[in-house]
Design a protein around this ligand. Structure first.
Ligand SMILES: Cc1cc2nc3c(=O)[nH]c(=O)nc-3n(C[C@H](O)[C@H](O)[C@H](O)COP(=O)(O)OP(=O)(O)OC[C@H]3O[C@@H](n4cnc5c(N)ncnc54)[C@H](O)[C@@H]3O)c2cc1C
Length: 241
């Protein structure tokens, strides 16, 4: 709701990464009362150190609290604190999301490839590298990772040529998140009956278990896989809704 030169914001947002540490929060807010769907939204940069903003941590199954739930109760923000034009927040959100979904492919590949080598090392130590099913799964994941590398190089070329990442970033998100999840499913398969092991041959497996748990979330945040498939079908391939 607008009040002079401010907006007064009410609402709630769950799953905000680092919510309890933030000084400011970008918030997609309906600033035109009665507007529908993607219209009438604004991307507002709200100060979190003010009365009416409450960030509460969420406890994860790993014990950590990286995420929070933020409550806005008559929080105030100046109309000038809008990223992009007032009422054009959806356009800003789509641009930001194209970077979140699409710009990180090569970094993801580099990290995942290192993790892959570490999982192969664990498989060797446990003698699981001789299991034909495990070998097959490892080979499939390696193929996925190499496809990710090539796709990431394509994305870098697009950026270098000054092109927008656009809706194709949904394909990048799908590719890296599903490859990452497959990678950590193979880890579970490598451990097999040793699923609860915390250490093998002096190698600390606790960070591995943490990654395996984390991998379950990556097909949700930044937009779920189902939504990425819809975007790819409608906006990239031009299929009917
Ligand atoms: C670990 C984690 C970190 C996060 N960090 C942040 C953050 O920092 N900032 C932030 O703003 N948000 C963050 N989120 C929120 C995240 O962006 C949303 O959870 C995600 O976009 C899914 O939206 P939702 O939870 O509302 O699920 P819903 O939209 O309710 O979806 C529920 C189910 O329905 C399916 N579905 C929904 N719509 C469609 C459709 N049109 N077609 C087919 N299937 C559909 C989904 O795929 C899903 O399976 C985070 C979430 C997680 C899990």
């Amino acid at each position: 709701m607008r009040d002079g030169e401010d907006f007064v914001v009410n609402g709630q947002k769950v799953w905000t990464t680092n919510a309890v540490h933030g000084d400011k929060i970008f918030t997609l807010v309906r600033t035109e009362p009665g507007s529908q769907r993607h219209r009438g939204l604004s991307m507002l940069l709200i100060d979190m150190h003010q009365p009416g903003v409450d960030a509460r941590p969420l406890k994860q199954m790993s014990g950590a609290s990286e995420f929070g739930e933020v409550f806005f109760d008559d929080a105030r923000v100046a109309v000038t604190e809008s990223l992009g034009d007032v009422g054009e927040g959806w356009r800003t959100a789509m641009l930001l999301l194209s970077f979140e979904r699409g710009a990180s492919g090569i970094g993801q590949y580099t990290e995942f490839r290192r993790q892959y080598d570490e999982i192969v090392d664990v498989a060797r130590r446990l003698g699981r590298d001789r299991d034909p099913v495990v070998r097959d799964r490892l080979a499939r994941v390696l193929t996925e990772l190499e496809c990710l590398r090539l796709h990431a190089m394509h994305v870098l070329t697009q950026v270098e040529q000054g092109r927008d990442l656009g809706f194709e970033s949904s394909m990048t998100k799908l590719q890296w998140s599903e490859a990452f999840q497959d990678l950590w499913e193979v880890f579970d398969q490598v451990l097999g009956e040793h699923a609860t092991l915390d250490e093998v041959d002096g190698v600390d497996l606790r960070p591995f278990h943490a990654q395996a748990l984390w991998s379950r979330s990556v097909t949700i945040w930044g937009g779920s896989s189902q939504v990425q498939r819809n975007v790819t079908a409608e906006r990239v391939l031009g299929l009917p809704r």
